[in-house]
Design a protein around this ligand. Sequence first.
Ligand code: ZN
Length: 183
Amino acid sequence: MQPTGSGWDVPEDLESAGEFRWWKIAAMRTLNLVIISHTPIWYRGHFYKGRMVPCLGDNCAMCAESVGSQLRYVFAGADTVTQRVGLLETGQSVASEIHDLALRHGQLRGLVIEIGKYSRSKNSRMELRPLDPMDGTWWAKLPIPDIAKALELTWQRANAILPEKKKDRVITKPSDYLAEAYK
Ligand SMILES: [Zn+2]
């Protein structure tokens, strides 16, 4: 996340990083996305100082200190209005709602959802509702971002905020910590 930027075109709901962006839903806002992933990517993460960092398994300093962990899911989706692509990270309960909707839709790819935060609370929950499938297939032509690469860059930034004794957590091969979900 860049703390500063130049120019007038400041994106409202996204954080840009390289060639990908993360979808962030602000309080009292909604975003309509068509999911372009064939399958979500998941990893086990620890929430630490406002960021999610991956669990490193047997040698994990966070686990050693009993920092709680949770499953995280990442989907690629395109804004149905701007047609821009970004990544959506969710916890397990939202991911299983998406899974249910994908089963009803027949597949994950092409599922259209409204994601919203309907309360002013900063920590309000993401809520979902299904929308009708989109006319046309503009979204099918969009390239699917490399989610593992995006997580790698994001975790490198997260690593920078860790205290010195946790700095052994340099992520070199994020694919070791990722898996395709819903298999
Ligand atoms: Zn861990």
